[in-house]
Design a protein around this ligand. Sequence first.
Ligand code: TRP
Length: 377
Amino acid sequence: MYGVEEEFVVTPWEVRGRVDYDKLLKHFGAKPLTSGEVALLEKYAGEVHPLIRRGFFYAHRDFDFILKWHGEGRPWALYTGRGPSGPVHIGHMVPWILLKWFSDKFNLEVYFQMTDDEKFYDDPEMKLEEATNWAYENALDVIALGFTPDKLHLIIDTKDIEPLYPIAVRVAKKLTWSTVKATFGFTDSTNIGLIFYPSLQIAVAFLPTELRREATPVLIPCAIDQDPYFRLARDIADTLGYPKPTTLYSKFIMALTGESKMSASNPDSAIYTLDDEKAVKRKIMNAYTGGRPTAEEQRKYGGNPDICPVFHYHMLFDPDDSSVEKIRQDCRSGALLCGECKLKLHEKIAKFLKEHRDRREKARGKVDQYRLSQKIR
Ligand code: TRP
């Protein structure tokens, strides 16, 4: 299991405690993103996305390799996914925003896996139809980012298994029980669906190479908790004749309640894309902050943006560096009180959500146009 000492636990299914991101990297064996790699990205993209510049995406495996590969004019693709266990919150959208940016900047196709099977295996209460239904609903949030069907290829595991299955079978043959047990912390009482499932998440990393019949590595932007899958994928890629997938890892989105990660069990810890305006305002105004107990103390000593979810969301959703920097400084100096800072945030989030919901509704009924299996028939 990926319990890094006692103070926190990170696995693909659980994040608990206050995460020490540097320790986690060392434990997983991924590398911190350096200024050299960021400069290389800038060279090819012409700019660097704020989510990378501000260190929210902070680690990787072979990110430099895929940029150089790109520099040689060779083909690559993007891959990420979502476990459709319920509605999408704005934290889920953050890596997808970066995904869209990469797709636009480098003119890349995106393979997006909806793992209804995984969520069904993982949650004793979940019905399969329910998870599949969430896959379709969540797909609307992905499409709403502005993807066209020629760029976004959706794979809903229980619906679109065909192109994936032969690859998953080859992957499964290379993975022993002892390896997946040690990697994911499975036990004798884990159902065998969950035990096979990693082969499917790994298979998508090799799919573009199969479809194009030429080496087409993927870049996978995702949260750091998904690293165990891609570490295994990289271990077996060579023997299967596929290029190793490369990854770019983010930290977790802070919960509005101040914990390291938002949790589905507490709806007030996150803002969902379909929350109504009142709920959005209430959640933001009630959020935990890095502020002082009284306005007077805040004016005198200032607040702490580093532990504050309200500041964290400003950092994630405001593209303007100087505006974010001003909030940071005014918080620290005590010039900005939490109430006012929350109102500023509410303005940004409400605008984002309004535009998002319009585009989301426009995508309704179009999901099948994006499904890979409908296109390669
Ligand atoms: N396992 C992921 C989840 O529970 C879903 C997923 C599938 C994924 N393929 C992926 C996430 C690739 C990141 C990258 O959310």
